[in-house]
Design a protein around this ligand. Structure first.
Ligand code: ATP
Ligand code: MG
Length: 344
């Protein structure tokens, strides 16, 4: 069976996009794949994180994984910093990857102010090297299947380049140590059905994001029913009625987003949802969407609250996950140290 690795940064409260685009899609994989789900706290600190918040969000994400249906006996659930090999392999990959590769990453350019790096005095060196650490996260377990959204496609491509370059640079040594070919497998994006890209409730051209400054644009997994209803009611839309089929949503980004969320939450197709709501106005659709969102999210939020209230128990789960992760990581890392030529 293929091994899956994915992670979420503890850099803010989890939102509907993280749920529909990531967490919910992780759950069925634990029955078909060997699965590792990480809370990537070392990635989170590439931008400043208050240490108290960082801990709280780390527990919150681990709790969300479990509340959404990940079983800590089936999946390895852990936080990245507890398996120090991530940092060790990340360093080696910093020495495999090229500066030019990192400079081309659009996510970095967005934050650093383009190729010229106008904000480069403001952004951390860690943010620049982020993709090498991500490559380490995946390749430390020789994971071959990575369920990530479009926002991570470019980074995953770089992981593939790092795997290939490592295999190539150390070809002789890999062979000398008895390896038959490549040391690292080249991982692939794992497509798990139509992946919903949830957009901001205030701007249909922007993705919903943990680090969005406007709270009204984002539905958080822990929002209560009233707040969810209020945010959906105030979501930006046009004034037209809903079309009766998906094609009618073209050019209507906000409408497309809300209908897409409804379809995704109810596991129905957009056409099916529009078959029901076509011709209706937002006064009918928005309350229905609010009810559905609450019906899906409230039980998960309740379970998350219960789980995070017992940090001792969460610590046990994360420590156990880290120990199991290390049993996979350690032999891989031992192989890497030998290949690179580190004396032990
Ligand atoms: P940040 O703003 O700090 O980058 P984020 O909300 O983008 O936070 P990440 O930790 O970067 O969250 O991503 C975690 C996972 O959630 C990734 O698999 C990513 O593809 C997915 N994801 C993030 N935002 C969305 C969204 N709006 N719709 C669907 N999936 C999303
Ligand atoms: Mg992100």
């Amino acid at each position: 069976t293929q091994r899956v690795f994915s992670g979420i940064k503890p850099s803010g409260d989890l939102h509907l996009g993280n749920y529909l685009g990531a967490i919910r899609r992780f759950v069925p994989l634990q029955d078909t794949h060997e699965t590792l789900y990480c809370v990537v706290d070392m990635h989170a600190i590439t931008v400043w994180q208050d240490p108290v918040d960082l801990k709280r969000w780390t527990y919150e994400i681990a709790a969300a994984y479990i509340a959404a249906g990940l079983d800590p006996r089936k999946s390895i659930i852990f936080n990245q910093s507890q398996v120090v090999e991530h940092a060790e392999l990340g360093w080696i990959f910093n020495c495999v990857a090229r500066v030019g590769w990192m400079s081309r990453m659009t996510q970095f350019k967005d934050k650093a102010g383009g190729e010229g790096g106008e904000n480069s005095e403001q952004v951390s060196l860690g943010l620049y090297a982020y993709p090498s650490l991500m490559a380490a996260d995946i390749l430390l377990y020789k994971a071959t299947a990575v369920p990530v959204g479009d926002d991570q496609k470019q980074h995953l491509e770089l992981t593939r380049d790092i795997a290939k370059k490592f295999n190539h640079d150390y070809k002789k040594q890999i062979k000398a140590l008895g390896g038959k070919g490549d040391f690292f497998p080249v991982p692939e994006t794992l497509a798990t059905g139509p992946a919903m890209r949830v957009k901001s409730l205030k701007d249909g051209s922007k993705k919903m994001s943990k680090s969005d400054a406007s709270d009204m644009s984002t539905i958080y997994m822990m929002d209560d029913a009233d707040l969810i209803a209020k945010k959906i009611k105030r979501a930006t839309t046009d004034a037209d009625a809903l079309p009766s089929e998906a094609a009618g949503l073209a050019g209507r980004a906000e409408a497309e987003n809300l209908v897409g969320i409804y379809a995704s939450l109810s596991n129905r197709s957009v056409d099916d949802v529009l078959g029901e709501f076509g011709g209706q106005g937002w006064g009918v659709f928005k309350p229905a969407l609010a009810d559905l969102s609450v019906a899906v999210l409230a039980p998960i939020a309740d379970e998350m609250k219960r789980l995070v209230s017992d940090r001792g128990e969460m610590d046990n789960i994360l420590r156990d996950g880290a120990a199991r992760a290390r049993t996979i990581a350690e032999p891989v890392m031992a192989g890497v140290r030998d290949i690179v030529g580190f004396v032990r």
